[in-house]
Structures are given as structure tokens and as C-alpha cells.
Design a protein around this ligand. Structure first.
Ligand code: UDP
Ligand code: MG
Length: 313
């Protein structure tokens, strides 16, 4: 079989109870498109049977199923990145392994690509997640829209399609901590969005705990904007100006009314507030420095243990 038209990319981390259904629904949906296709699964260091199951899928359809086996858990975005380095299709589709993104929606994305867009993002209709996740996402989406230049309805939806040129630019970026939909958006000349269905997780549980979500969003903010740093500069200037006015006021007051010793606790309150803000600013600087440090060490972004695939020329 020659080079396929579509490459589907799926990161997998402990998804044994979803894979069988995913595979049958995916193959059925892709076969129905009448296009040539391949799927690249990245096993992101699963500790359940996912790895063996993926190898078995490769045996069932050796020329269509390619499996990248990571040496450990390097995260969803790196799992996608490893597949992006290897895709052969003209169009690349990403989706989650837990069936929250129905494979039956892929033709919608392909249609938008064929209409001329170079990247297509899905946004989830009736998102099926916990109340907390939905609410937190809405806030984060809002902050992101203000802080970065990325205009995207639903940053967390992974059901997306890209032209090969976009994926090549993403791979060439070589960043260690990144957010793939945002990177794609920044390279895209003509992005589009389509509404896609969303289902509750079919089995197993979300791999993202609160801490992971916070880290992921810091990657997004620091990776695509320096506004958080600039906010502190502006805040510093405002505080300095107000303090100067206050000093002048106290000076004049002292000359007219005399020295004062009241309002000590008010002063404490203001001081603690400002100390809190300053520590937060240090933390934000730390976030950037930590990421710079990670990049300059130039360690491998992920380690591939094995690749199961059959490629002909
Ligand atoms: N995933 C991964 N590595 C990880 C965490 C998640 O490859 O370290 C995969 C996971 O198997 C799934 C997708 O990324 O296919 C999205 O994960 P999940 O459904 O847990 O995230 P949520 O839908 O809760 O945001
Ligand atoms: Mg999910």
C-alpha cells in the first residue's frame, strides 16, 4: 500500500477497557470514508494491557496500524508529537483513546480540510465531563483568550485535523513542554472550527488530576505569551506611583498635623497583601525559568522503546 491520505494519531495511557471498541469503531468509520488511511497509536508507558493490545491490532492490520511504544510516561502531548514525527498522510487527525471523541466525527473534520482550511479544531457539543472540569475549563479558556493571541472555542478538545505542513512545523519546533492545538493554531493561516459530539469517558478514569491540569495550563500560558510577566511590571509601576503619592501625603500631614502612630494594622494588611503578590510574581518568573531550564538541558523529549510498523517504499 502506498502513502495513505489520512493519518490518525491516538495517544494511549492505560486504556485497556476502551481499546477494543475504539479500534472497531475507528476502522469502521475510516473504511467508510473510502480514503486510504493509517493509524498511529503511541503507548505512553501504559502499565495495563494496552501495549499488548496495540501490538495485536498491528498484527490484525499490519499495513494500517503503527504502534510507537514509549519507554515510560511522557505525557499526552509528547505521545502525539512522537506520532507527528512519523505520519505519512496529507491530513493528520488527532483524537483521544477513551471514546470521548467519537471516531464517526472524523469525516466532518476532513470535509473542512478539503474546503481549504489548514487546521480544523473541534469544539465539544454537550461536553460530558464533571461539573468542575467544565467550569474550570470555561474560566481557563477565558484567561487564555485574554493572555495569548490564540482564538479557540475549546482548547481542550483533541478531536482535530491538520494539513501535513502544519504538523511539519509543529515537529520542527522541538519544544519540550508544549500544547499541540495552540502550536498548530499559531502556525495555521486559515484555521476553522467545527462542532463535534462528545461522550462521557467509556471506561477507566481521566488521566489528568488537578495538578496535571494546572501544569498543562501553565505550559499553555507561558509557552504562548509573556503577558503574565508584563502584568507584574505594570502592577509594580502602579504600586510605586501610589506609594510615592502616599509618602508625599504623609510628609505634608506631618508638617501640618504632626507625627502619627495609628493605622499600624492597616499598614500590615497592605504589606502582607503586597508580599503575597510579590511571591506570586516570583512563582510566575519561576515557571518561565523552569521551562527555559528544561529546554536548555536538551534532554530527549521522550524515549521510544520500539516501533511496530510495516512500511513499504
Ligand atoms: N494520555 C496519554 N498520556 C498521559 C495522559 C493521557 O497518552 O500521560 C492519553 C489518554 O490515554 C487519552 C488522552 O490522552 O487517550 C486524553 O486523556 P484523558 O481522557 O485522561 O483526559 P481528559 O479527557 O480527562 O482531559
Ligand atoms: Mg478523556
Amino acid at each position: 500500500m502506498a502513502k495513505p491520505y489520512v493519518s490518525v494519531v491516538i495517544p494511549v495511557y492505560n486504556e485497556q477497557d476502551n481499546l477494543e471498541t475504539l479500534f472497531s469503531r475507528l476502522t469502521a468509520a475510516m473504511d467508510r470514508t473510502g480514503k486510504t488511511w493509517e493509524v498511529l497509536f503511541t503507548n505512553d508507558g501504559s502499565r495495563d494491557r494496552s501495549g499488548e493490545m496495540l501490538k495485536e491490532f498491528h498484527k490484525r492490520r499490519p499495513k494500517q496500524v503503527r504502534v510507537i511504544d514509549f519507554n515510560g510516561n511522557f505525557g499526552q502531548h509528547m505521545a502525539i508529537m512522537a506520532a507527528f514525527e512519523r505520519v505519512r498522510g496529507d491530513v493528520i487527525v488527532t483524537l483521544d483513546a477513551d471514546l470521548q471523541n467519537p471516531p464517526e466525527e472524523i469525516p466532518k473534520l476532513l470535509a473542512a480540510i478539503e474546503a481549504g482550511h489548514d487546521s480544523v479544531g473541534g469544539y465539544r457539543k454537550n461536553r460530558q465531563d464533571t461539573f468542575f472540569r467544565k467550569y474550570a475549563s470555561r474560566i481557563i479558556n477565558g484567561i487564555r483568550a485574554k493572555v495569548t493571541r490564540i482564538q479557540m472555542r475549546d482548547q481542550g478538545c483533541m478531536l482535530r485535523a491538520y494539513r501535513k505542513s502544519i504538523v511539519e512545523a509543529i515537529v520542527a519546533s522541538g519544544e519540550t513542554s508544549t500544547f499541540i492545538p495552540a502550536l498548530a493554531y499559531s502556525y495555521s493561516a486559515d484555521p476553522a472550527e467545527v462542532e463535534v459530539e462528545h461522550a462521557a469517558r467509556s471506561a477507566g478514569e481521566s488521566k489528568y488530576r488537578l495538578y496535571d491540569l494546572v501544569r498543562l495550563n501553565f505550559d499553555l500560558m507561558t509557552g504562548f505569551s509573556v503577558v503574565p510577566l508584563q502584568v507584574f511590571t505594570v502592577f509594580g509601576i502602579v504600586v510605586a506611583v501610589l506609594s510615592l503619592l502616599f509618602v508625599v501625603f504623609l510628609l505634608v500631614r506631618r508638617l501640618i498635623v504632626g507625627p502619627e502612630a495609628e493605622g499600624v494594622f492597616t499598614l500590615f494588611a497592605i504589606l502582607y497583601f503586597l508580599v503575597g503578590i510579590a511571591i506570586m510574581g516570583l512563582g510566575i518568573i519561576g515557571e518561565y525559568i523552569g521551562r527555559i531550564y528544561k529546554e536548555v538541558r536538551r534532554r530527549p523529549r521522550f524515549v521510544v522503546r520500539a516501533v511496530h510498523e510495516v512500511l513499504d517504499e
